[in-house]
Design a protein around this ligand. Structure first.
Ligand code: ZN
Ligand code: ZN
Length: 408
């Protein structure tokens, strides 16, 4: 991949993604193997007027070593200094940029109990920071870049260099970053969302009935004052940003107490280094009543034991089958891309801005109004090329607004 394209991709993250403003602190989260790209992003952030750019390095191999070899008790601990670290930058209005690029299997074979415990303790410790991010009080943005192991997993059988080149091309295409002016392409992309979002918010459906040829037949109640969102977000300071590059979804808040029926996943779910395959779940009164998976059922079960909210829905998202990622038909083993390939649901925490006035409400108020809360937010794909969605109004009347995998 040529340097000019990568530079444009780095600029896209800084300018369209996080929309870094002059004088702002920028925190870049990145793996050590991708340091060269993180430094490129750092330069772009300084060019955009950043006051200071903080590098927050991680290392998959060290993390794996820790999970395999550290004392068992450390997985129930989270250092206070890291909590203070987040607070320090949150208080100063930092924007968080993350460059994700992992071997999808780096945690394979690690004790799932250690993963579950650490995921819980870090979820509790970083709750204040997550709440700020999920309510757009701090701006954040995530992009992905390929790593050799990731590329070989997505394109098995190819030599490493070729697989890397192919994954770069797929990522830039999927993220609409392969044109001559990606920032302008993203502005146009954003405008395309507006019409659909306005239509759905105008309809104010009470519930959605979603069916697919794979056997999904589920009726999902929508939270009373739900808001459909898509095509970027608005920070609390009024600055627009894109939390995810790519984004192809239009999503809203389900009523945590109302989901009835069966949902069959259309793509595997990569979670903590394990691939959950061939899975489905059945909901009753909004709660997962039963579930099964052909592969890694335990990893799926580990999600549900986090807390009660992990067994309820926090997001329903529609994605047109014709999205660039859907069209590629590639399984990326990476949620950022796979969730934009197909319609999905999320188990766990709902986004406050998917409810009118949700950002100003306390968690308790949102839960009382039907919005789910949990330490987790796990997206899984169920959309297919034959998916149909019927909007059900409060008076029971029905409107088909999505059929054969596309918005009508
Ligand atoms: Zn989503
Ligand atoms: Zn989600």
């Amino acid at each position: 991949m040529d340097n000019a394209k990568m530079k444009k991709y780095a600029e896209l993250l800084v300018r369209s993604g996080g929309n870094v403003q002059p004088g702002q602190i920028v925190v870049i989260g990145c793996g050590v193997d991708d340091a060269w790209f993180a430094r490129m992003v750092q330069e772009c952030a300084y060019d955009a007027g950043a006051r200071e750019v903080i590098m927050d390095w991680s290392d998959d191999i060290s993390t794996r070593n820790k999970f395999l070899r550290a004392d068992g008790q450390v997985f129930d601990e989270f250092p206070q200094w890291k909590i203070d670290w987040y607070k320090h930058y949150d208080d100063r209005g930092a924007v968080y940029l993350r460059i994700s690029g992992s071997d999808p299997d780096y945690l394979a074979g690690v004790d799932p109990d250690r993963l579950r415990r650490f995921s819980k303790v870090s979820g509790i410790a970083t709750k204040a920071h997550s709440a700020l991010a999920m309510s757009n009080a701090v701006r954040w943005s995530v992009i992905a870049i390929p790593t050799p192991k990731w590329a070989m997993k997505v394109f098995p059988g190819l030599p490493e260099a070729q697989a890397m080149e192919k994954l770069w091309a797929a990522i830039l295409k999927g993220a609409r970053a392969d044109g001559t002016d990606p920032q302008a392409d993203w502005e146009a992309h954003k405008n395309n969302f507006t019409q659909r979002v306005d239509y759905l918010n105008g309809q104010n459906f009470d519930a959605l009935r979603i069916t697919t040829g794979l056997g999904t037949d589920i009726t999902i109640g929508l939270a009373k004052n739900h808001v459909w969102v898509g095509g970027g977000d608005l920070g609390k300071d009024g600055v627009p940003f894109f939390p995810n590059l790519p984004t192809e979804e239009i999503f809203t808040m389900p009523d945590r107490m109302r989901a009835e029926g069966r949902v069959v996943a259309s793509m595997p779910l990569s979670r903590q280094g394990n691939l959950i395959e061939g899975f489905e779940m059945t909901f009753k009164d909004g709660l997962v009543e039963s579930f099964k998976a052909e592969k890694n059922e335990q990893t799926l079960a580990d999600i549900f034991v986090m807390d009660e909210g992990a067994k309820r829905l926090g997001e329903v998202a529609l994605v047109a089958n014709s999205s660039p990622i859907g069209q590629m038909g590639t399984l990326f083993y990476n949620t950022l891309f796979d969730e934009n390939a197909a319609a999905h649901l999320a188990l766990g925490k709902a986004y406050p801005n998917n409810m009118q006035g949700g950002d100003e409400m306390t968690t308790e108020e949102r839960v009382a109004a039907g919005g789910n809360d949990s330490l987790v937010h796990v997206d899984f794909m169920f959309g297919t090329a034959d998916m149909k969605v019927v909007g059900i109004a409060a008076d029971g009347s029905e409107t088909v607004f999505f059929d054969n995998g596309e918005f009508i």
